[in-house]
Design a protein around this ligand. Structure first.
Ligand code: CS2
Length: 502
């Protein structure tokens, strides 16, 4: 089978959408740090639409921060890859729509050549540096959002201006190079699932720059822009079976296609230092303030996703569609949104919350994605604060009960025991895994008790000022005891019957 590349792309089956422009004329305009599956199914797809409409100034320089595997797969394909949009037809049969994306113009692997990344940030053509580096890539304290100057990567980077390894170090030393070369202003755009992601990025960059040189920090603050945005598309990890299925459908080998749902949303603040692509052509919306959109998405989508993932993974429900097909879990997730999350959301003009909720349940039921609950369960320490604990704080401050929110938090704590209800062991994939599993063993591992719950709540990087909170501790104890003794299914039934009030 031929490999997908610039030569073979013209011969693909007519049903496959491909770049309708001359890729030789594509100029670089965006440097993207963290060229994983999510970015390739989201930012690159929206940028492709702008390029396809004739604006050839927005080719993407994709940077991998750790592994060479994306570059190794895509470079021999001239940067081309397939986006497979998957859902089910009217009969419930899985189907896919294939599009070959041409927006990725070149690929870099930061550890092999950090200087090339700094040069790309400094390059005259670059007007936007975007990031999908996951929550932990910001090297911040998840509970407060502040950059940790004691983070090992940050400590390393402050001493190695030519060979930084964190995204924050690369940005600051890249900008230093850019200013030294007299290049124009630039936008730094986070696309990660963090509240006020632009402000978190700005805070981290400025704090690092301050430590390098206060004048550099001032210049960045004056000249760079950091728009916040809300991004939404479910993108499961690509499996070897997906590689084979997509390659067969193309009749050409694609070593790294990405999969996504049809749903796409991106609300981005129109706050750029220089120009930007017209991403509305790919389904984006430019907004004045992304915060209400972020809060809606982080709490409704990611908050319920994480709750579902911990409960599902413990019960042995391997994928999101399998989990949401369990009636007690579906009842719980729907009521969690309606009764506990939605009352904490501000009114968004034109937003129909019941319709949003119903659509989200339908997205979870998509049988063609096979999105694994353990994948979503990873990095819980980085995710819980903005996904679950913000809602918990808001409700507790208003004296409102949190029985269903507490079940999600309890499920995360319970998940730390590292073995599901069928007795299958799994690794805790989390930057704080060592601390958290040790804490779990000393506390909840000895049986759920009021003291054990308080000890878990005093884990400051996750819970911050919630340590010692009596109302939350009380709400967690019942679900934890029930999860430990009766399991997920019976606990869901009890919560759905209102038997575990909090
Ligand atoms: C998921 C998200 O992996 C996870 O933690 O909750 O990646 C989720 O699929 C996206 O944010 C949806 O937009």
């Amino acid at each position: 089978m031929n490999r997908l590349d610039d030569r073979t792309v013209g011969a693909l089956p007519a049903t496959v959408t491909r770049p309708p422009y001359d890729r030789q004329r594509l100029q670089p305009g965006i440097v993207h740090l963290g060229i994983g599956a999510f970015m390739r199914a989201h930012l690159a797809a929206a940028t492709e639409a702008a390029i396809a409409a004739g604006d050839l100034r927005w080719g993407i320089v994709g940077v991998s921060l750790r592994q060479p595997d994306t570059r190794d797969a895509l470079q021999p394909q001239d940067g081309l890859y397939t986006l497979a949009i998957r859902d089910a037809d009217a009969q419930g049969q899985p189907r896919q729509r294939l599009q070959v994306i041409g927006a990725v113009r070149s690929l870099l692997v930061a550890p092999e050549n950090p200087g090339a990344v700094l040069d790309a940030i400094a390059a005259a053509d670059t007007r936007i540096v975007s990031l999908t580096v996951t929550e932990k890539g910001y090297c911040h304290d998840p509970a407060t959002g502040a950059l940790r100057l004691d983070h090992p990567d940050i400590v390393h980077d402050l001493g190695h201006p030519h060979t930084p390894r964190s995204a924050i170090g690369m940005l600051v030393f890249g900008l230093q190079r850019r200013f030294a070369q007299g290049r124009g202003p630039i936008t730094l755009m986070s696309l990660d699932n963090l509240p006020a992601n632009g402000r978190v990025l700005r805070g981290a960059v400025l704090r690092f720059a301050e430590a390098v040189n206060p004048a550099l920090a001032k210049r960045i603050a004056d000249e760079c822009r950091f728009p916040c945005s809300m991004v939404d598309r479910i993108v499961p990890r690509t499996t070897d079976a997906d590689r084979t299925a997509v390659s067969q459908a193309l009749s050409a080998e694609d070593r790294w296609p990405v999969l996504g749902e049809p749903f796409f949303d991106w609300a981005v603040e129109d706050h750029f230092a220089a120009d930007r692509p017209d991403w509305t052509l790919g389904g984006a919306r430019f907004v004045a303030d992304a915060e209400p959109f972020e809060r809606l998405k982080l709490r409704m989508v990611n908050g319920t996703h994480s709750s579902l993932a911990y409960l599902g993974a413990m019960a042995g429900w391997q994928t999101v569609d399998q989990a949401i097909a369990q009636a007690p879990l579906r009842t719980h997730i729907e009521a969690l949104m309606r009764d506990e999350i939605e009352p904490t959301l501000a009114d968004l003009p034109g937003l129909d919350l019941p319709a949003y909720r119903a659509n989200l349940l339908a997205r979870y039921a998509n049988p063609a994605l096979a999105h694994r609950t353990h994948q979503i369960a990873m990095d819980g320490s980085q995710k819980l604060p903005q996904r679950l604990l913000g809602t918990v704080r808001d409700r507790l401050a208003r004296g409102l009960p949190v029985p269903r929110m507490a079940l999600g938090v309890a499920a995360w704590m319970h998940y730390l025991r590292g073995v599901d209800e069928q007795g299958n062991a799994y690794a805790i994939d989390d930057p704080h895994a060592a601390d958290l599993t040790a804490l779990h063993q000393r506390t909840l591992g000895q049986g759920a008790s009021a003291a054990a719950v308080q000890a878990m709540l005093s884990y400051a990087p996750v819970f911050g000022d919630l340590a010692g909170n009596e109302a939350l501790a009380a709400a967690l104890l019942g679900p934890l005891q029930s999860l430990q003794t009766r399991g997920v299914q019976a606990t869901l039934d009890a919560v759905n019957r209102g038997e575990l009030p909090a």
